[in-house]
Design a protein around this ligand. Structure first.
Ligand SMILES: Nc1ncnc2c1ncn2[C@@H]1O[C@H](COP(=O)(O)OP(=O)(O)OP(=O)(O)O)[C@@H](O)[C@H]1O
Length: 245
């Protein structure tokens, strides 16, 4: 399924995010400029606490910057009301959370179909698209299982299926392979690469150089600033050196 729309899917313009005030304030992000185009897969690397999760949260409209602007498909997020922001997130943004955020009382297929149904897609079509997404992450046979009948790795793949379902233009993934063995983790990278190749913008936070090697570009964060950007090299040790890891 191809994903079409404006060329520039995500833009962060001089974005800063500070938590707290005064002497105890923490600058999680400082003056970050970043643009991701349709079809582009960007990996974000950097030491713990460098601002990677904060960056993803701002890109997905889950948090708002202290200063600067975030645009998703040319729409400034700051100008949206809460309902409009929620609608844009459901329609345009697929988010893989570190802790999955799945609904335990729903089956895998119901979890994946949920954002589509909330957005007005009919139940049958939503179910069909959910099965397709579950197939892409290699789990079509587990569609009717509830979350407490699944391993951590299986739940993680449900979370990934929910992020890629439908025609999301922006896919944001925070360490989406933590609970997966390396073969399955590789499969998830193939799925993300495939979504980018179909026209989505993909941003992946990862500590793993072999996963960053799937990206078109790697952004390195340190102390809340982008310190370097590089075309992804297929030399993992080089990536680790650059990331200071
Ligand atoms: N809700 C919050 N309240 C206060 N400080 C926060 C909050 N969220 C993040 N921070 C701080 O902002 C900085 C950046 O955190 P962030 O989680 O974005 O880093 P990270 O690179 O994702 O780290 P990790 O790799 O450990 O997940 C850290 O110093 C963190 O303590």
């Amino acid at each position: 399924m191809s994903v079409q729309g404006p060329q520039q899917v995500l833009e962060l313009a001089r974005v800063s995010r500070t938590f707290g005030e005064g002497a105890t304030a923490v600058a999680a992000l400082r003056d970050v400029d970043l643009t991701i185009s349709a079809g582009e897969f960007v990996a974000v690397m950097g030491p713990s606490g460098s601002g990677k999760s904060s960056l993803l949260a701002l890109a997905g409209g889950l948090d708002l910057p202290t200063s600067g602007d975030v645009f998703v498909e040319s729409t400034p997020l700051a100008g949206l009301g809460l309902n409009e922001l929620a609608r844009l997130r459901r329609r345009a943004v697929g988010y893989v959370f570190q802790d999955f955020n799945l609904v335990p009382t729903l089956t895998a297929a119901e979890n994946v179909a949920l954002p589509l149904e909330l957005d007005g897609t009919g139940a049958k079509k939503a179910h069909r698209q959910a099965l397709d997404a579950l197939r892409q992450v290699g789990m079509p046979e587990l569609a009717d299982r509830f979350m407490d009948q699944m391993s951590g790795g299986q739940q993680q793949r449900v979370a990934i299926a929910r992020a890629i379902v439908g025609e999301r233009r922006l896919i944001l993934a925070d360490e989406p392979t933590g609970a997966l063995d390396s073969t399955t983790g590789q499969g998830v990278m193939e799925v993300l690469r495939g979504r980018a190749d179909a026209g989505a913008a993909v941003m992946l936070v990862t500590h793993e150089a072999r996963h960053a090697a799937w990206a078109d570009r790697v952004v390195f964060l340190r102390d809340g600033r982008i310190v370097d950007q590089a075309a992804a090299m297929h030399d993992p040790t080089m990536l680790l050196t650059q990331a200071g890891l």
